[in-house]
Ligand binder design. Structure first.
Ligand code: ADP
Ligand code: ASP
Ligand code: MG
Length: 455
């Protein structure tokens, strides 16, 4: 059996849903479990509706129109949709009366997007005589912790999924068991409250299902020809990466590539289940395949990513830095303020670290650190990461700095990841795009291809 996940842009309207139904039909023999995201920008629209409700306005027009129009265009009954839209309106009324939205109610709110899309798709497949049934993720075993807006799945999910969907997986051709169409992105915690797995979380739903069911493969269908050498919105010449490892993709996602959810590689890494990234707008393109290790030696530089909205913190202490226990103390302070660190570099007198600007509140941290060091906090930075074979780091670093020097670009910090697949550099946010462009050109432009470093 296989898992087929379709992201928001793949199911953005009735026409796209019809197209996806055809793709599902073409894989019917493989006993697919289907995972869907919310249609188009529905998740964003729901979050905007929460903001409006906080101001006292209840607006679900965009969400209502999209789903009602789509039901009509697909020619399927809209009863389930109307019921959910009613529940959504009640929730927004509650938010507007309380003038408060907690992380828990936010998750309940955005869950409507995926719950609506699976109902439409299952109804449409049935109307084509492809037997299917919509399943809310919690009904097929997804249970998470209570870290609302970015919940982690609990280990019980593995066995739960096998119990719920094992019979479908083990069924025989012609047994009439319907294709499950499962909501991506959402789960319930142990108290029964709805949670979400973080933006882009449908990828994780799909890989979790694929790993738990020991699927032959997980297919994630997007609007690009697979994993690309960099963000195609930054560099339009970005090329497809035909084969990548789970480690490489995890780093790529963690360091800013939107293409897959940062934690989505974890389940399949454990089971070795291959993950394929395909383009629903270009079915014939081979896409990318993600596996445990490379069978054929890949180019030494695989991809380049950037992550903006980063803050660089320099902690300077001539007195303390060399002494034992100093770094432990520094990291304890970050842990105490629940601030997670992305990139670290040390020199003789300072340790420099980067943190995500949006998530961190710096006042308390600064207060703690200033007890034993002087602190310099610089905002509006970006991390540019080269996903590569760091066994070739000397030549990659030499080529990288030669290319940057030629363009008169100076980076402010550099760090080589212990995971052996990345080299990260810090620059000003305003320069990130240019750095990515220069490096992409160096490794994936004609010169890179000639030296075999790029593709
Ligand atoms: P989906 O909703 O189908 O999961 P996303 O929009 O979340 O799709 O992710 C796909 C998008 O990620 C692409 O349209 C592309 O603009 C962006 N992207 C950024 N970096 C990369 C990359 N390295 N490879 C492929 N796509 C990337
Ligand atoms: N709909 C959710 C989002 O927009 C989850 C997903 O698409 O994977 O983030
Ligand atoms: Mg996504």
């Amino acid at each position: 059996m296989i898992v087929m996940k379709f992201g928001g842009s793949s199911v953005a309207n009735a026409e796209r849903i019809k197209h996806v139904a055809n793709i599902i039909k073409s894989f019917e023999e493989k006993r697919p479990v289907v995972v869907l995201s919310a249609m188009g920008d529905t998740t964003d629209h729901l979050l905007e509706a929460a903001d409006a409700a906080l101001e006292g306005h209840i607006t679900i027009d965009a969400v209502e129109k999209l789903h009602m129009d789509t039901a009509a265009e697909l020619g399927v009954p809209s009863g389930d949709i109307v019921k959910l839209l009613g529940e959504l309106r009640t929730l927004l009324t509650g938010i507007s009366m309380l003038r408060e939205v907690t992380p828990r109610s936010k998750d309940y709110l955005v869950s409507f997007g995926e719950r609506l899309s699976v109902r439409l798709m299952a109804a449409y497949l049935n109307s084509l005589n492809i037997r299917s049934v919509f399943r809310d993720a919690w009904d097929v075993g997804f249970v998470s912790d209570s870290n609302y807006t970015s919940a982690d799945l609990l280990p019980a999910t593995w066995e739960n999924i096998r119990k719920e969907l094992g019979p479908y997986r083990d069924g025989k051709r012609g047994d009439g068991l319907p294709i499950p169409v499962v909501t991506g992105f959402i789960a319930k915690d142990e108290r029964g409250f709805i949670t979400t797995l973080g933006r882009g979380g449908s990828d994780l739903t799909a890989t979790m299902l694929g790993a738990a069911l020991r699927a032959d493969e997980v297919q994630t269908w997007k609007d690009v020809d697979g994993i690309l050498t960099t963000d195609p919105r930054v560099v339009k010449e970005a090329r497809t990466v035909p084969v990548a490892t789970y480690d490489e993709v995890a780093e790529l996602a963690y360091f800013g590539a939107q293409v897959l959810h940062p934690r989505s590689m974890q389940p399949c890494l454990q089971t070795g289940t291959p993950v394929r990234v395909k383009n629903s707008y270009n079915i014939d393109a081979p896409g990318s395949i993600i596996v445990t290790r490379h069978e054929v030696k890949p180019p030494s530089v695989r991809a380049i990513t950037s992550k903006k909205n980063v803050t660089l913190i320099d902690i300077v202490s001539t007195r303390m830095l060399g002494q034992h226990g100093f770094l432990a103390k520094v990291f304890e302070s970050f842990a105490a303020h629940s601030i997670s660190v992305d990139v670290v570099a040390t020199s003789e007198v300072s340790v420099s670290l980067t943190v995500d600007s949006e998530k961190a509140h710096f006042a308390g941290l600064r207060h703690d650190l200033e007890k034993y060091a002087s602190i310099d906090i610089r905002k509006d930075k970006a991390i540019v990461t080269i996903i590569c074979d760091v066994r070739r780091s000397s030549s990659i670093l030499a080529a990288t700095f030669a290319a940057l020097e030629k363009e008169d670009i100076n980076v402010q910090m550099i760090s080589q990841g212990a995971s052996k697949v990345n080299i990260s550099m810090i620059c000003d946010s305003s320069e990130a795009q240019r750095v990515v462009q220069v490096l992409h050109d160096r490794y994936f432009g004609d010169a890179g291809i000639a030296t075999g470093e790029g593709q």
